[in-house]
Design a protein around this ligand. Structure first.
Ligand code: GH3
Ligand code: MG
Ligand code: MG
Ligand code: MG
Length: 311
């Protein structure tokens, strides 16, 4: 058996020394304590794998010590009680008070070795379980990323957008607050792809998405890829006056990317058109309703010459 770090607590000097020696001969690392207080004090520093704990001690009983250890150090470590009594009530009570097992003194060597092994097995299983749990958490996080994120642009995907928009509609409806939705479409993007190639087109979408994410990174703001070369920005608790400013900010930030687009009739740079709606929801609107409405507004921005927003 691998060496264990054993905290041995017993008030009787001779018994403590004898058992400590036997444990050391079995290859374990032993820290001895003569009282409950000493044990509790030494516990964190020594960081035991197992506690052997005498039940009857003058200053603090073993069961009290066990309770305190359980309270103070939530990371479970097996506790085996030691006692000269073998009455069933004593054994049952001690285990009820937070012990995991019970050894009757004088301790029989075979039983001691077997019980140490059993506790080690349980501790190992717990440790493995904890590791599996941690791995699962990592997997979970990655999964929710995959489920909610757009693969190309790394902003929220349509699925997440739908969900958030529905939540926002009902929250703002309940609280009687204004929210806004901006739909963004890259101007002359087909021509961009045709001229610069699809790969460059992908890069362009990535740059725009990253820029949008930086521009709208405050709490209550969400950037999502709606589809193709279309993005949506949701802004919580935002009225029309502020939303107009946000659209202007958005327009400038895309412009400042200065992605060349010689085939664009707007600015020889990549530009976007935006449709924006700011309103106090009734709570009955669906995401689909809102996309339809804001898409019509966006269409007006296109019709009016692109590289602009219409509210
Ligand atoms: P408008 O100014 O009216 O919006 O013109 P447009 O050319 O941008 O509009 P249209 O809808 O005709 O073209 C959109 C183009 O976006 C066509 C499509 O190939 C391209 N596109 C959609 N998704 C992607 C993508 O993931 N990567 C690339 N490279 N292109 C994409
Ligand atoms: Mg004692
Ligand atoms: Mg489009
Ligand atoms: Mg377009």
């Amino acid at each position: 058996m691998d060496a264990m770090r054993i905290l041995l607590v017993d008030d009787v000097h001779l018994e403590r020394m004898q058992l400590a020696m036997r444990l050391q001969r079995l290859g374990h690392i032993v820290e001895a304590a003569a009282s409950g207080c000493e044990a509790i004090e030494k516990y964190p520093e020594f960081d035991p794998d197992l506690v052997l704990l005498d039940v009857s001690m003058p200053d603090m009983s073993g069961t009290e010590v066990a309770q305190q250890i359980r309270e103070r150090y939530p990371d479970w470590v097996p506790i085996i009680f030691l006692s000269g009594h073998d009455e069933p009530e004593m054994i049952a009570t001690a285990i009820d008070m937070g012990g995991d097992d019970y050894l009757v003194k004088p301790v029989n060597k075979m039983v001691l070795v077997a019980k140490l092994k059993a506790m080690r097995r349980i501790a190992t299983m717990r440790h493995e379980l904890k590791e599996t749990h941690q791995q699962l958490e990592v997997v979970n996080e990655r999964l929710s990323q995959l489920v909610n994120e757009d693969g190309l642009t790394k902003v929220a995907n349509r699925r997440f957008l739908d969900q958030k928009l529905a939540e926002m509609i009902s929250w703002h409806g309940r609280n009687n607050l204004s929210m806004s939705i901006i739909m963004i479409d890259v101007d002359h993007f087909k021509a961009f792809n045709d001229y610069y190639g699809h790969l460059e087109g992908d890069r362009c979408l990535q740059s725009i998405a990253a820029e949008l994410k930086t521009t709208f990174s405050r709490a209550g703001e969400l950037v999502a890829r709606y589809g193709g070369e279309e993005f949506v920005v949701l802004i919580s608790h935002c009225d029309k006056t502020r939303a107009v400013k946000e659209c202007e900010r958005l327009k400038q930030s895309v412009r400042l990317l200065e992605i060349p687009h010689t085939k664009s009739t707007t600015a020889e740079l990549v530009t976007v058109s935006q449709g924006m709606v700011a309103w106090v929801p009734t709570g009955l609107e669906t995401p689909e309703n809102m996309y339809q409405i804001v898409d019509k507004v966006l269409y007006k921005a296109k019709a009016q010459g692109r590289n602009r927003f219409v509210a």
